[in-house]
Design a protein around this ligand. Structure first.
Ligand code: HEC
Ligand code: HEC
Length: 485
């Protein structure tokens, strides 16, 4: 699906509607009042007046990938063991050279967790070189690379919003599931496996194809440990302001135990262990204790291993005992959150510019969805997860984001145009933005991501109008701030 531009007509209408309320008038007054003071501050990113403010680009330096500071010796060992399993490459039965993990396929999107979660460190997001190109033909596999997967584009997985009718036409019955890009057919370790890839070109023609890119897992243990009470209290805060700007939002809920789910683009998953189990099966085709069945009804010619392919290692000792799924969870849970930094941002913006940007982020009310910090609950794991101010910049709620971002996929209580407020910590070192990776270094990056918030039906349109009213220098300050995260 192609990125759609937001309708400026609707945007203007909403801005007008927002300005007619007292509170929004106050906000807009604050924005206007700030123009003078911000204009006096010289900072990086200033270009000629004919140019727009620009995404400075990816910040250099390392600010993510370390373990939490308070882990015990045992916990650190489990973290390191989990990390090495996270980057282990899987082959069909663990026999391919340098691919010692077992269980790849029959269908898959890539062959290690770490291949997709790589930037700027293990556990992150899409790297600058897409690993899916190499995975497609690895070890003799005969996959075609779909048009939407490119060498310098984001890692992508595909979903089909609707099912096809028997005659091949599009139905209105929801599918919504992930259809893996590749199969193991042709690989030397999958002799005689015959299985075709889905027809992505046809789905693209029918406009029945949407994408998701990887989300980072730094600080994931903190996200896991924010209590429902905290999320609901934050949701109820600033009610009048939110209402005046058209912002609501609600949690996604587990169909199993009714509690708030929080991981993934639609906040569709409950915990790191559930996500790890699902990802192992969905992204890599590895059956496990949580998801024991192979997906996509493969022919028996493509089944090579007893199931589950990953399980508890009974004869082992210490950190080697848990299944890969449990080991991945320990690694992710114990990853420290990314640390912000004012240095290494291309163009070397001043500390003042970044401080101005931080203030503007709140003044134009990006913070009504991107909540700067939420408190974690007491944790039985380690003090670094207990009673912490997690600066994730998300309310962990799902919001209507309008027709421009809608993907026509429903997951739990998250409807066709609803998405979790993307946590913005670590943003400074990410290459690709939004659920389908439509905002890239080649097309404006952060600026494109911000503008895409505004389209008919989006709760963010009022705030994006306030963004558009900022001076060029103020916009630049805001972008510089985002790259310091
Ligand atoms: C083919 C690339 C790919 C591989 C391989 C992959 N992931 Fe992911 N990961 C994704 C995508 C795409 C998403 C977002 C999915 C969504 O929300 O629909 C994601 C999201 C996640 C999240 C949610 C984080 C958050 O806060 O939203 C976790 C946890 C995760 N992956 C863990 C893993 C683990 C563990 C593995 C290995 C078993 C793994 N992933 C393998 C692409 C991948
Ligand atoms: C109504 C709630 C809401 C408001 C207001 C809002 N956002 Fe967002 N933001 C979201 C959601 C939801 C997403 C994920 C959308 C998607 O991927 O389709 C997102 C995504 C982003 C992303 C991309 C992050 C990523 O991981 O790809 C950036 C950057 C961002 N927002 C910045 C801002 C800024 C700056 C503002 C203020 C000008 C703002 N947002 C206002 C809800 C909001």
């Amino acid at each position: 699906m192609r990125a759609k531009e937001g309708s400026s007509k609707v945007g203007k209408f909403l801005a007008h509607a927002a300005l007619s309320t007292g509170v929004a008038f106050l906000i807009s007054g604050l924005v206007t009042r700030d123009v003078g003071s911000a204009a006096r501050v010289r900072s990086a990113g200033q270009g000629s007046d004919t140019q727009d403010a620009q995404d400075p680009g990816v910040r250099t330096g390392s600010s993510a990938g370390s373990p939490l500071a308070t882990l015990s010796g045992d916990q650190l060992q489990f973290f390191q063991d989990g990390q090495s399993r996270f980057v282990e490459v899987d082959s069909v039965s663990g026999t391919a050279p340098a691919e010692s993990g077992t269980g790849l396929g029959p269908t898959f999107n890539s062959n290690s967790c770490g291949s997709c979660h790589a930037q700027p460190a293990i556990g992150g997001t899409s790297p600058s070189v897409n690993p899916q190109i190499a995975a497609a033909s690895d070890y003799g596999a005969t996959n075609a690379v779909p048009s939407f997967v490119t060498a310098d584009g984001p890692v992508r997985e595909a979903r089909f919003p609707f099912l096809l009718n028997a005659d091949g036409s599009l139905s209105r019955t929801r599918d919504g599931g992930v259809h893996d890009l590749f199969t193991i057919a042709g690989r030397s370790d999958a002799p005689n496996c015959g299985m075709e890839q889905p027809n992505f070109a046809l789905m693209q023609q029918l406009d029945n194809l949407i994408f998701r890119i990887p989300t980072p897992v730094f600080g994931a243990g903190l996200i896991e440990n924010i209590s429902e009470a905290t999320i609901y209290a934050n949701m109820a805060s600033n009610a009048t302001l939110k209402q005046s700007l058209g912002i609501s939002g609600h949690p996604n809920l587990s169909g199993n135990d009714g509690t708030i789910t929080r991981f993934g683009w639609k906040a569709q998953n409950k915990s790191l262990e559930v996500f790890a189990g699902e990802a192992y099966n969905v992204e890599m085709g590895v059956t496990n204790e949580l998801f024991p069945e192979e997906r996509s009804r493969p022919p028996t010619s493509c089944l090579f291993n007893p199931t589950p392919e990953d399980s508890t290692n009974f004869p082992a000792s210490g950190s080697a005992i848990p299944s890969d799924v449990a080991a991945f969870s320990n690694f992710m849970r114990f990853l420290a959150p990314p640390s912000p930094s004012a240095t290494g941002i291309p163009g070397n913006p001043s500390a003042q510019s970044i401080a101005n940007g931080r203030a503007l982020f709140s003044r134009i009310r990006c913070d009504l969805c991107h909540t700067p910090a939420l408190q974690t609950a007491p944790s039985s794991f380690t003090p670094a997860l207990s009673n912490q101010n997690a600066a994730l910049l998300s309310d962990l709620l799902v919001h209507h984001m309008g027709s421009g971002l809608a993907d026509n996929v429903s997951q739990g209580a998250a409807g066709p145009d609803e998405f979790r407020t993307a946590p913005l910590w670590g943003l400074g070192q990410r290459l690709f933005f939004l659920h389908d990776g439509r905002a890239t270094p080649a097309n404006g990056g952060l600026v494109t991501a911000i503008r895409a918030h505004s389209s008919p039906g989006s709760e963010a349109t009022g705030v994006i109008n306030l963004f558009q009213q900022l001076s060029k220098q103020q916009k630049q300050d805001l972008l510089n701030f985002l790259r310091s995260l």
